[in-house]
Structure formats: C-alpha cells, structure tokens
Design a protein around this ligand. Sequence first.
Ligand SMILES: *Cc1c(COP(=O)(O)O)cnc(C)c1O
Length: 225
Amino acid sequence: MKVSEKLTAIKEKISEACERSGRNPEDITIVAVTKYVTTDRAREAVDAGILHLGENRDEGLLEKYSFLGDKPVWHFIGSLQTRKVKNIIDKVTYIHSLDRIALAEEIQKRARETVQCFVQVNVSGEASKHGLEPGETLQFIRSIEGLDKIKIVGLMAMAPFSDNEEILRNCFRTLKTLQTEIQQAGMGHAPCNELSMGMSNDYPVAIEEGATIIRIGTALVGEDS
Ligand SMILES: *Cc1c(COP(=O)(O)O)cnc(C)c1O
C-alpha cells in the first residue's frame, strides 16, 4: 500500500482518538520511523507530506540523510552509544533516548547548536527496556542543568508489546504523571512540554493519554502489502 494511503488511515485514527479524549489533532506530530525500509520508501513518506523522520541507528540515519538531506526533520529514536554521538549530532534536531550523564556530556561536547532532547524513561519495568526509572528521572534532569547545549523538551517511553489496553494505558499514564512533576519543578532547561509515546501497535491509546509525538514505523511505511 502507498504511504499516502496508510497516512490517511492513520490520520483518521488520530482524529478518533482525539475526539475520544477532547484533544486537537494539530497537537500530535507524526514521526515516520524508517528503520526497516529503503531510502526510496522514506522519500515516499516525505513526498506524502510527512515532515519528521526517525531512525534508531547511526548507519541508517546517515544513509538516508545522504539522500534526503535536511528536508525532513530528523529524530534519533534508538539507544545511542556515546562514541556515535559525533556521527549524528549535526544531522538530528531531536534525540529521544537521553538516559545517562555520559551521553549528555558527549552531546554537550559535540553539539554546535542546542539539541532538543527527550529523556527516555522505562515505564514498563521490563529489564530489557532502556531508560531511566521513573523515580530517578527528575534528579537526572536536575543534574544536567549546566549543560547549555541540551534542552529537555519532553519524555519518551516505549510500552511493552501487548494487546492489553490497561497495561499500555498504565505505562503512558506513568509518563504523563512524571511530565507534570517535571514541569512543576520549573527548570529553565527542561520545559518538558512533549510526550513521545505511541507506536504502530498502541498510538491511539498513547494519544488518549497525552502523546504529542507518535513514532510510527510498520503501520505507516511498512512494505507489508
Ligand atoms: C521501531 C521503533 C518505533 C516504530 O515501531 P513500529 O512498531 O514499527 O511502529 C518507534 N519507536 C522506537 C524507539 C523504535 O525503535
């Protein structure tokens, strides 16, 4: 199916989720996650009007960037090794996976402009998931206050892969609650207005619980049919 057709279907579901939760679809940004697909398919997404692309590995990002340049806004969404920061730092506008001091310090050292960062939080408690524990997130954000190249624009989380809506909802609520707590702390470097949550399997629930950025791969650019 064409990306443009898939996009139409997704926008419909976004509208429905917004209607159920009294939100405005204009407040939701779609990041097309292109990690599984070719550069041509990524280009098709851009041509369909998608302004934001996400990649989870430096190789994938660099390959697609070499063709698409900075026409799309680039989001780095995967766990990021400190030594790879220099490869991507001048190409991405957003990093969704800030989860440790060493990474923050490397971003500070390499960045020429302010980088919009999301702190990744492990809301599911699964050992396999990356991210800070909810209880250590505020302290972490405080501790990087002096790093002027880093702006904490929001929080990011991945729910477990599950069909159980209550499990998903609880994960997203945990992130929302944490966001409120961080906003109340009123830190200049951490406006924390965004919530990056929701993927192909769970974005309607994420939107109902306050997502402002959804990261969609398979359902949007997947070449399944
Ligand atoms: C792959 C990936 C996505 C998109 O996953 P889909 O299930 O294909 O929509 C979103 N976020 C992160 C961090 C990913 O690695």
